[in-house]
Design a protein around this ligand. Structure first.
Ligand SMILES: *Cc1c(COP(=O)(O)O)cnc(C)c1O
Length: 347
């Protein structure tokens, strides 16, 4: 066994390659708070183009992008409809309430999508003083905690249509929108069509060390600029980071298909054991959630035994572990990881 662990805990663990580091080292930079960093400006234009939006803003993290979007679309006391397991609801330190002063109204299916008719049922115009006015719908594509799942086009179109009819803003948390586009073989802009804002990450499957972006109309992004400053996200010679993101978009986007094939291979491998349970079925993108029903080996024991063999997976819930494929995991690594699981459980 090699000494380098096979790290399937998250696609955030990817390390910048020598070529990416070279692009960073050579980046032309300036003071981005003055709008004078040419590499940041180039990235922002590129991302806006890829997402079919007028403008984009480079920000420090996916959480910052989402929080700026919440603040930018709403007023204190508004209601925001989102999936109860959405990252923006449960994994951002309570930022929606603390920073934007909004309250979430959970609506969602087990597959991470939302049913437009159910959103319409909870929608409030704001005329009745008992109820917080619904201002914004947030969707997550791919949906992380539902298994890296994709929004089927018809379901997405129904939510876009509802948002239009009810004059609601629509925000797409597309931390892994790149994976969705590759998996569905569509342009990222197609998955953002009809949305008022989109958040994307460069630091997950794309393999850049730091950075996200928020895209939308020129007016919305101008508003976001103020909240980015307010939230401490104005960075100076950020072109060093933007260069990594530009490199990642050029070199690491199309190859995500390999990550999806590796996730499928991992899931198929695990299925050889009758003690492994895949509650979400076959993976749709780069994540495999699995449970362990072995009479003598608990899930925590399985995760610990894998770690001892240099295979790292995350235990997301008490009964579910998560393995995420990414550019630093090869097909051979997947085969080793599968063999490790089968060995511990004796298939
Ligand atoms: C990771 C993630 C984020 C936040 O990204 P950070 O850069 O870690 O703040 C937002 N949404 C989803 C769905 C994510 O998976």
């Amino acid at each position: 066994m090699s000494s380098r662990p096979i790290d399937l805990r998250s696609d955030t663990v990817t390390l910048p390659s020598p070529a990416m580091r070279k692009a960073m080292a050579e980046a032309e930079v300036g003071d981005d708070v003055f709008g004078e960093d040419p590499t940041v400006n180039a990235l922002q234009e590129e991302v806006a183009g890829l997402l079919g939006m007028e403008a984009a803003l480079f920000v420090s993290s996916g959480t910052q992008a989402n929080q700026i979007a919440l603040r930018g679309h709403t007023r204190h006391g508004d209601e925001v409809v989102a999936h109860p397991m959405a990252h923006i609801v449960r994994a951002e330190g309570g930022g929606g309430g603390a920073l934007a002063g909004i309250q979430f109204r959970p609506v969602g299916e087990d597959d991470g999508t939302m049913d437009a008719a159910k959103i319409e049922e909870v929608w409030q115009s704001g005329e009745n003083p008992h109820f917080a006015p619904t201002r914004l719908i947030c969707i997550e594509n791919t949906h992380n905690f539902a298994g890296g799942t994709l929004w089927p086009p018809a379901r997405l179109a129904a939510v876009v249509d509802l948002a239009r009819r009810k004059h609601l803003a629509l925000h797409v948390d597309g931390a892994r929108l790149w994976n969705a586009a590759v998996a569905q073989d569509v342009k990222p802009a197609q998955l953002a069509a009809g949305a008022d804002s989109v958040a994307v990450c460069f630091s997950k499957g794309l393999g850049a060390p730091v950075g996200s972006a928020i895209a939308g109309s020129k007016a919305f992004v101008a508003r976001c600029l103020r909240f980015r400053k307010m939230y401490g996200g104005g960075m100076r010679q950020a072109g060093i980071l933007a260069a990594a993101a530009r490199y990642a978009l050029e070199h690491n986007l199309a190859r995500m298909a390999e990550d999806h094939a590796n996730a499928a291979r991992f899931a198929a491998g695990l299925r050889q054991s009758k003690h492994i349970q895949l509650p979400y079925g076959a993976p749709q993108t780069n994540m495999v959630f699995f449970g362990c029903t072995h009479p003598q080996v608990s899930l925590s024991q399985l995760v610990a035994a894998l770690k001892a063999q240099g295979v790292l997976v995350g235990q997301t819930y008490s009964t579910l572990a998560r393995a995420v494929t990414h550019l630093d995991v090869s097909r051979a690594d997947i085969d080793r990881a599968v063999a490790a699981v089968l060995g511990i459980l004796k298939a």
